[in-house]
Design a protein around this ligand. Structure first.
Ligand code: PEP
Ligand code: MN
Length: 339
């Protein structure tokens, strides 16, 4: 971190500031120029708050060299993290596809769809029991009963399950039954929930908030890692922009940017990004080409009857075709596009 000091600051003030910095456990490097004096701080500056530093009238500007996240930062761990979810691996060259309905609706729908995605080659099963709906009058999910049906579908297919948890109470009641906890876009900055999830030894799928910057996203991942849980998979699911031809705008650049800044695996959800079933294939393939470690795709046995997100859900047959393209492209990427 570099502190740029107020113009015309006295030597006495600089000396006092230097002493204060040493007192806080940092090593200061003072550089006095003709016009400006700057101080470089050596030490773990992630604990410092830029706003309180700027409240000091001796300091004009703060320039951070290092990102404010540490545990999820690639600077501190160069090798790719591999997250293992009930035998399925994501990251570090391991590619995985999670698929299933937006919400768990009933036993037949869940088990039938689960068998369909398993047959198509999915590695994990998704399904929402607790649904974060925009309208309080929309279907809110089956709750605990939905988790029971997911467990039946897991038993029928052998696929590990990923499902959203929206509150600390739900987490306490259900975390033992779930293979991977999904933190949805709307809860990406529910810091109490992130802290609780951080205390568990359980894989987490953290979805990017719809208006979250990449820095916000990684800071939320840092909340989980700071508690001791580093089994985190990041999920890009589209962000809000001025464009309304699609449900959200898939931020393809987020894939290489996140992978450059962090060692955590990155998966993409083309279903919530595009919002229409016919956008799922091109967006999924674009994500694979851009280096994603996996995909999350909504599949429903009968999309027109779905209680939630039918317009963006694939039928199992179409999903099976897409899986073949995904596997081909992923193998091609693995060999290197120029090979
Ligand atoms: C979901 O995956 O079911 C979901 C609600 O997604 P998001 O949190 O990304 O909107
Ligand atoms: Mn959905």
């Amino acid at each position: 971190m570099i502190l740029i000091l107020r113009k015309g600051i006295s030597t006495e003030e600089v000396r006092a500031l230097k002493e204060e910095i040493i007192g806080k456990g940092f090593i200061p490097h003072v550089s006095e120029g003709k016009a400006l004096t700057i101080i470089g701080l050596i030490g773990d500056t992630t604990v410092l708050n830029d706003n309180s530093i700027l409240a000091d009238d001796r300091i004009e500007r703060v320039v951070r060299i290092q990102e404010p996240y540490k545990k999820v930062n690639r600077m501190f761990k160069s090798e790719n993290t591999i997250v293992e979810i009930g035998g399925c691996k994501i990251g570090g060259g391991n590619f995985a596809v999670m698929a299933g309905p937006c919400s768990v609706e009933d036993r037949d729908q869940m088990v039938e769809t689960a068998l369909g995605v398993k047959k198509a080659g999915a590695d994990m099963l998704r399904g929402g029991a607790f649904k974060p709906r925009t309208s309080p009058y929309s279907f809110q999910g089956l709750g605990g009963g939905g988790i029971e049906l997911l467990l039946e579908a897991k038993q029928a297919t052998g696929l590990p399950i990923v499902t959203e948890i929206m509150s600390v109470k739900q987490l306490e009641e259900h975390y033992e039954d779930i293979d991977m906890i999904q933190i949805g876009a709307r809860n990406m900055q529910n810091f109490e929930l992130l802290k609780e999830v951080g205390r568990l030894d359980k894989p987490v799928l953290l979805k990017r908030g719809m208006s979250a910057s990449i820095k916000d996203f990684l800071m939320s991942a840092e909340y989980i890692a700071a508690g001791g849980n580093e089994k985190i998979v990041l999920c890009e699911r589209g962000i809000r922009t001025f464009e309304n031809a699609t449900r959200n705008t898939l931020d393809i650049s987020a894939i290489p940017v996140l992978k450059r800044k962090s060692h955590l695996p990155v998966v993409v959800d083309p279903s919530h990004a595009g919002g229409y079933w016919w956008l799922v294939e091109p967006l999924a393939l674009a994500a694979v080409a851009a280096g994603a470690d996996g995909l999350m795709i909504e599949v429903h046995r009968s999309p027109k009857e779905a209680l939630c997100d039918g317009e963006q859900s694939l039928k199992p047959e179409r999903f099976e075709e897409l899986m073949a393209s995904i596997r081909n492209l992923e193998a091609f990427r693995r060999r290197g596009f120029s090979a």
